[in-house]
Design a binder for this molecule. Sequence first.
Ligand SMILES: NC(=O)c1ccc[n+]([C@@H]2O[C@H](COP(=O)([O-])OP(=O)(O)OC[C@H]3O[C@@H](n4cnc5c(N)ncnc54)[C@H](O)[C@@H]3O)[C@@H](O)[C@H]2O)c1
Length: 381
Amino acid sequence: MDLVIPNATDEIGVGIIGTGMMGKCHSLAFNAVKATFGNVPRPRLELLCDVEEQHVKEKASELGFARHTTDWRSLVTDPDIQIVSITTPNSCHPEMAIAALEAGKHVYCEKPMALTLEDAEAMTAAAREASGLTLLGYGFTKNPALLHAKRLIEAGTIGRVFDFRGAIDEDYVADSQLPWTWRLNEGSAGLGSLGDLMCHLVSLAHMLLGPILEVSGLMETVHKTRPILGEPQRQQAVENDDIAHAIVRFETGVAGVISSSRIAHGRKNGIRIEIHGSQGMITFDQERMNELQLYTADGSTEISGFRTILTGPQHWPYGLFCPMPGHSLGYNELKVIEVAHFLQAVRGLEKPFPNFEDGLRIERVIHSFPRTAQKRSWVTV
Ligand SMILES: NC(=O)c1ccc[n+]([C@@H]2O[C@H](COP(=O)([O-])OP(=O)(O)OC[C@H]3O[C@@H](n4cnc5c(N)ncnc54)[C@H](O)[C@@H]3O)[C@@H](O)[C@H]2O)c1
């Protein structure tokens, strides 16, 4: 099917599959994007899908959708829809994305791509054959603070970059007595902290410094069993990783260290990054997402130190949300930026990043961990 390239004055039909945390987040972003960015097609919230009729009917009304369905297959072939958002659990992504691409739709899919590398490869192969574009929901790559960090790196502000340090940590299963869930099972969830968290960190590393080429790492399940919900005296095995660490080498030769944990007490959305250069350093923490720390090795040593750059209108596209610096953007606003980026890509004005091709590079890094951990040596991703 030939997709029509819309103008900024056109409407574009949107269907969203899933009404959980990310279904709502995507809906909020599609609702806000025209008012925020102006020069983008206006999304028309056409059809919302989830598994239970009454629930999806209520959500469609709350989120502003014209229609609702419990049949995702009818959504991906609906003639009034050009963009399909997939916000269902990871195991659903491949079948839904491939069907939507085959139906000629643009596909906006949450991360990670799939449970297995083979499924991510199949999704990428379908994208190569399709007329529609693809985008993955790595929203942290759209933070104006980090877009500014990328510009600073490219402008040579910290000199020649030679080292990347990154850690992504949360504590959603830090309590070892929390009951077993499907997220801890390889068959239903795939990788653990690697699939949930590390893929975000790798998306940022790739955005800032290009692809990672080699990995030498380990992965560990720290809490090996968990109580079964409702039967606390019985335990069930945890199959995927709680923590993962690696030293890495980027294609450019830059060295790095990356780690992830889902059992890091106190960390809620910790994504801490350091980029070391010959003339200075940039550091960032997602829990303080409106700040960048910059150190430049120039001037008098008596007054040297890190300076805090608070984001403001000078850091595009912050100013489209708020004309006043330091007033802060939030997590949901990164999704508005992501949606604007995809709409401009659909108009042919931007190249979507990370699309499925870029996403497959991220998947290759996280899926290299079982290999490197088993071999106890370096692997090429
Ligand atoms: N980018 C991010 O920062 C971020 C954050 C959280 C989650 N995610 C990703 O978003 C995806 C969804 O996560 P979530 O937290 O919103 O999950 P969730 O469990 O809150 O929501 C998933 C929804 O999908 C629905 N669903 C399941 N199977 C379906 C089917 N066959 N047809 C229609 N609907 C179906 C469920 O009923 C549920 O409403 C996952 O891939 C996850 O990794 C991304």
